[in-house]
Design a protein around this ligand. Structure first.
Ligand SMILES: C[S@@+](CC[C@H](N)C(=O)[O-])C[C@H]1O[C@@H](n2cnc3c(N)ncnc32)[C@H](O)[C@@H]1O
Length: 309
């Protein structure tokens, strides 16, 4: 079961006009989308994106246009959102929600290859219709490239040792499955050392982020959609680890006006166009009650901005 994270907080931040057009960039199981759709009035519209065709098929069965309220589902990377809105003849929207990362469905289905707890070919593509699998990356990338991406996307200080171990192992036999890879990483890091998290957690995160080009996608959708949300509309983003959160925070911060004193006196307002304002200064986190029932919410950070000053 995928329980939507911080559902009430997301909806409260997102919906400013129930007759508006709202985009859910990460449909997943449609948990957030179903509630957005419920809260829309006649003339309201929901557009949902997911690059995973399974998500689109699942949500198709649950969410349908009703008289006066429309749903449009798009199978594409949210990085292409602006072009897809052009195709649909939609100029501006009232709000955008992104709930980043993988869904519980993707993690639970062993064959998707996201999990080091279930044995399967190492795939990790969110869109299984295109692109290189994590298995191909692990078996072909130069050692330095593997080390760099494990360091950058996994923030694992043992990145060089892990990359070396991967290259040694694949020199003997192709690395076929998630459990083989997890064991190689575990050995390279000297075992579990009594830690709660599996030693391969960061390497798996890094490979997933690389294969799906995740940070570039987030940057692109946010940069292009800032111009496509009406003044007073909101962009709401749920992140699940520090790399995502840092990127979102830094990108939005560039658009929040700040004042700088001029030498000749007076002040100058500095910001990138369009100007936006934080809905809250600090990100919201899930309540203790939610964290108790939904472990995925424990690492969630919710940021929201409003377009205009
Ligand atoms: C955490 S789940 C969303 C869960 C959803 N909010 C719910 O409550 O059911 C994230 C979803 O976003 C999708 N996704 C991740 N990156 C994407 C991208 N760049 N473009 C489109 N969809 C993406 C994943 O395939 C996954 O289904």
């Amino acid at each position: 079961m995928h329980i939507p994270v911080m559902l009430n907080e997301c909806l409260e931040a997102l919906i400013t006009d129930p007759k508006g057009i709202y985009v859910d960039g990460t449909l997943g199981n449609g948990g957030h989308s179903a509630e957005i759709f419920k809260q829309l009035d006649t003339d309201g519209m929901l557009i949902g994106f997911d690059r995973d065709i399974d998500a689109i098929e699942r949500v198709k069965g649950k969410l349908k246009s009703e008289e006066g309220k429309r749903v449009e589902l798009v199978h594409d990377n949210y990085a292409n959102m602006a072009a897809q809105l052009d195709r649909l003849g939609i100029g501006q929207v009232n709000g955008l929600l992104l709930d980043l990362g993988v869904s519980s469905f993707q993690l639970d289905i062993a064959e998707r290859g996201f999990s080091f707890q279930q044995d399967a070919p190492i795939d990790m593509r969110m869109d299984q219709t295109s692109g290189q699998t994590a298995g191909e990356l692990v078996n072909t990338a130069p050692e330095q490239e593997l080390a760099d991406l494990i360091y950058r996307y996994g923030e694992d200080k043992a990145s060089r040792r892990i990359a070396r171990a991967i290259v040694d192992a694949r020199g003997k036999n192709r690395i076929e499955t998630t459990l083989q890879l997890a064991a190689i990483v575990e050995r390279a890091k000297g075992g579990r050392k009594g830690k709660k998290t599996h030693p391969a957690t960061q390497t798996f995160q890094a490979l997933r982020m690389a294969v799906n080009d995740e940070l570039a996608g987030i940057e692109r959708v946010l940069e292009t959609m800032l111009d496509r949300v009406v003044e007073g509309g909101r962009i709401v983003v749920l992140t699940f680890h520090s790399l995502e959160d840092r990127l979102v925070k830094q990108l939005f911060s560039r658009h929040v006006p700040r004042e700088e004193s001029l030498q000749q006196g007076g002040v100058k307002r500095i910001y990138e166009d369009p100007a936006i304002a934080w809905v809250w200064k600090k990100p919201l986190t899930a309540t203790e009650e939610e964290q108790a029932v939904n472990p995925r919410s424990r690492s969630a950070k919710l940021r929201a901005v409003e377009i205009g000053e």
